[in-house]
Design a protein around this ligand. Structure first.
Ligand code: ADP
Ligand code: MG
Length: 337
């Protein structure tokens, strides 16, 4: 497998703020790789260092095994799509998309051919003479994509590219982006703070927290085998039992249990599950296809449990009523703090 990008011990500070702390990443050629983390965790800084818009105080960047740490952005074989699209407002869709071809003095016939091709790919045929202000948010996003794909870069960096779109359009664009990535066989490095988006689109994900990478793994492993409390908590819904509480179950590390593995029993249950916890309902949150029921127990974290809502035999749980929550040892995940 070819390495598209390698980050070797990248650290970056802005004054007293350490934005990145000793980042090591290897991204494969053709991979859809996401940088996922909360706001301020260092994702954009990391992307800018890969693109060359920012330098780092420590570490090296390699692009296809070549050290590009000191190579300026325009000489790196990659392209960036920014969150605000950065289109030229006075230029037509066509001129926006063809901009880099004009700079490179590609002949006119070739320019038009490539623009027509890419207009078809991003479904913008017929819109090519409009100005960006005459387009919807989703169409503008497609222009930005077309503009960055027209040079056939080997690597495309995308910083929260769907952040400005509403949910329905975002989900549609997620599918289109994934299809484009497959079709062009480009390495995508995709920044998002949306865990659902990262889980559904990526081959692998790096989870960022406070300038560090907490885990690099497949979506399946990030969800099912989180290594740290931060990752378990950031990805999906879970209940974490910190070390101090875990010791009451003879477990020496913190652990996490996902709602889908917890069953609710009346207080007279006699099942053989490994863990049984007496708990009181504090809130029932309707989520459409399921209810999220929040319980309080003598442990310090509240517990979330899901109840499918399209089951006719649904029990209606009552606020303040006590139940027994049960789960098996095989379904818990041990965590490093
Ligand atoms: P993210 O993209 O994950 O939201 P950023 O990479 O933008 O995070 O920022 C990481 C940290 O670095 C934050 O604390 C942010 O305030 C700080 N930071 C980013 N850019 C600058 C800058 N140009 N000057 C000063 N601090 C910055
Ligand atoms: Mg950012």
């Amino acid at each position: 497998m070819t390495n598209a990008i390698e980050l070797l011990g990248i650290s970056k500070s802005y004054g007293s703020v350490q934005a990145l702390n000793n980042i090591h990443l290897t991204i494969n050629d053709g991979e859809f790789f996401s940088l996922l983390g909360p706001s301020g965790s260092g994702k954009t800084t990391c992307l800018k260092i890969i693109a060359g818009f920012e330098g780092s105080q420590e570490g090296h960047v390699k692009l296809f095994n070549e050290d590009v740490t000191l190579v300026p952005p325009y000489k790196r074989d990659l392209n960036t799509v920014f969150q605000d699209y950065a289109l030229f407002p006075h230029m037509s869709v066509r001129s926006n998309i063809g901009y880099s071809l004009r700079i490179k003095k590609v002949n006119l016939e070739e320019q038009n051919k490539r623009i027509d091709e890419i207009l078809e790919t991003v479904k913008l045929i017929g819109y090519d003479l409009r100005k960006p202000s005459e387009l919807s948010g989703g169409q503008r996003q497609r222009v930005a994509l077309a503009r960055s794909l027209i040079n056939k870069p080997k690597v495309l960096l995308l910083d929260e590219p769907l952040g400005a779109l509403d949910l329905k359009l975002r989900e549609q664009m997620q599918i289109e982006l994934k299809n484009l990535q497959r079709k062009f066989n480009i390495t995508f490095i995709y920044v998002t703070h949306d865990q659902q988006e990262a889980l559904s689109m990526s081959d692998r994900i790096a989870v960022f927290n406070n300038g560090r990478v907490e885990q690099i793994d497949t979506p399946h492993n990030i969800y099912n085998k989180p290594k740290t409390s931060f990752v378990a908590d950031f990805i999906g819904i879970t209940t974490i039992f910190p070390k101090e509480d875990a010791s009451q179950f003879n477990i020496t590390k913190s652990f996490s249990i996902r709602p889908e593995f917890i069953s609710i029993q009346s207080s007279s249950s006699s099942s053989s599950k490994d863990f049984k916890i007496k708990a009181k309902v504090t809130d029932i949150q309707y989520q459409g296809s399921f209810n999220k029921i929040i319980f309080e127990s003598s442990f310090r974290n509240s517990l979330s449990v899901f109840q499918n809502t399209n089951n006719n035999e649904n029990i209606s749980y009552k606020i303040d009523q006590e139940y027994i929550l049960e789960f098996d040892k095989k379904d818990i995940t041990l965590l490093d703090d």
